[in-house]
Design a protein around this ligand. Structure first.
Ligand code: OSB
Ligand code: MG
Length: 369
């Protein structure tokens, strides 16, 4: 794969519904889109960093800075036998995994397109139907939440995840169990709790949740281990798992029993496969997280989810839950059985619609050798 040029854009898409988590409310998604041009083909990558540093330290602006100044220039005009080699061309930039992932994942897409193969096969597995779940933001009332859950179950989704925070935890969970019985149900705190509030988490233990995702701060592996030993419910780590070493440490410490993999969070597909393989070798289930991606990032996520260790439903839902229209055509859809198909064809298997992309683009820059 020869990299001839890289286009960077900032794209803004309004969300169908505002999404509220313990760290804030998002009404639109604004992200850096990467297009790697080489040998007549284009590979796409979507950076999952948000405008605000609330889920993670990175932002759209820091990703733009790191990509334009450090990551793109050393790969321009160069030939790579494999996308795993990109990291060797980069200067030793610490952190900024979301910026790295966007360029790395675009180059995987380009590599797969040039090979004429679906991305998943190059990642290590043939396509299979991906079990799909939904992540439901904090709602204005329990009644509104119950209504949303009923609609998602009617659409076929295989598991329900609700966002929680102190003051919005036991009540909503109890109401959902009362109304929907023993559905596959889990909660995600996005690091909103402190050790002093752990009785609020212990109060969830009687509801047979599939897992509690990221209850404490991302750096608190030891505290997560203490909490896990006091709970029956499995802890799943999201923010804390920054790569294969963090996954090894978390599992060695018994800080979690499930791992959420997001390629943006760990620095791309290379480290995602690393986390997947570590978890699989220890019999720990993983599932694919979501970052409210457009169809570009969503397609990447579906391909990675084909790997065999992804044994629980992911946060990979239909395009129309997020964006109408999505950037891509046809949109990603979910069957009534709650499975999503991996897009076929070469690479990620989807393309942005040029005029939609143009209309949503706030800023663009072409980088050439
Ligand atoms: O913690 O999983 C998370 C969205 C933005 C930032 C963090 C998270 C999420 C989600 C939404 O839960 C998942 C999705 O539907 O894309
Ligand atoms: Mg999460």
């Amino acid at each position: 794969m020869h990299i001839d040029a890289v286009d960077l854009s900032v794209v803004r898409l309004p969300l169908v519904r505002a999404f509220e988590t313990s760290f804030g409310r998002m009404a639109a998604r604004e992200f850096v889109l990467v297009a790697v041009h080489g040998e007549g083909a284009v590979g796409w990558g979507e950076c999952v960093a948000d405008v605000d540093p609330f889920y993670s330290a990175e932002t759209t602006t820091t990703a733009w800075h790191i990509l334009t100044k450090y990551l793109v220039p050393p790969v321009l005009g160069r030939r790579f036998a494999h996308p795993r080699e990109l990291v060797d061309a980069w200067p030793p930039v610490r952190g900024h995994r979301m910026a790295k992932a966007a360029l790395e994942m675009a180059s995987w897409d380009l590599h797969a397109r040039l090979a004429g193969k679906p991305l998943c096969e190059l990642l290590g597995a043939p396509a299979r139907p991906i079990a799909s779940g939904v992540s439901i933001g904090i709602q204005p009332s329990i009644e509104a939440l119950v209504e949303r859950v009923a609609a998602e179950l009617a659409d076929g989704y295989q598991r329900i995840k609700i966002k929680i925070k102190p003051g919005w935890d036991r009540g909503p969970v109890e109401a959902l169990r009362a109304r929907f019985g023993n559905i596959p149900l889990m909660v995600d705190a996005n690091a909103a709790y402190t050790v002093a509030e752990q009785q609020d988490l212990a109060a969830l233990d009687e509801f047979d949740l599939m897992m509690i995702e990221q209850p404490l701060d991302e750096e608190d592996l030891i505290q997560h281990a203490r909490l896990q030993s006091s709970l029956r419910t499995r802890i799943c780590l999201d923010e804390s798992i920054t790569g294969p070493q963090a996954a090894t440490d978390a599992l060695d410490l018994n800080a979690c029993r499930v791992i959420n993999i997001k390629p943006g969070r760990v620095g791309g597909f290379g480290p995602s496969i690393g986390v997947h393989d570590i978890a699989k070798s220890r019999g720990v289930p993983v599932w694919h997280g979501g970052m409210l991606e457009s169809g570009i990032g969503r397609a990447h996520n579906l391909h990675l989810s084909s790997l065999p260790g992804f044994s629980l439903p992911g946060d990979i839902a239909a395009s129309r839950r997020y964006f109408v229209p999505d950037l891509i055509e046809p949109p990603i859809d979910v069957g009534k059985d709650g499975f999503v198909a991996v897009p076929g064809g070469a690479g990620i298997g989807v393309q942005p619609v040029a005029e939609r992309l143009r209309a949503a683009t706030l800023q663009t820059e072409r980088c050439r050798p």
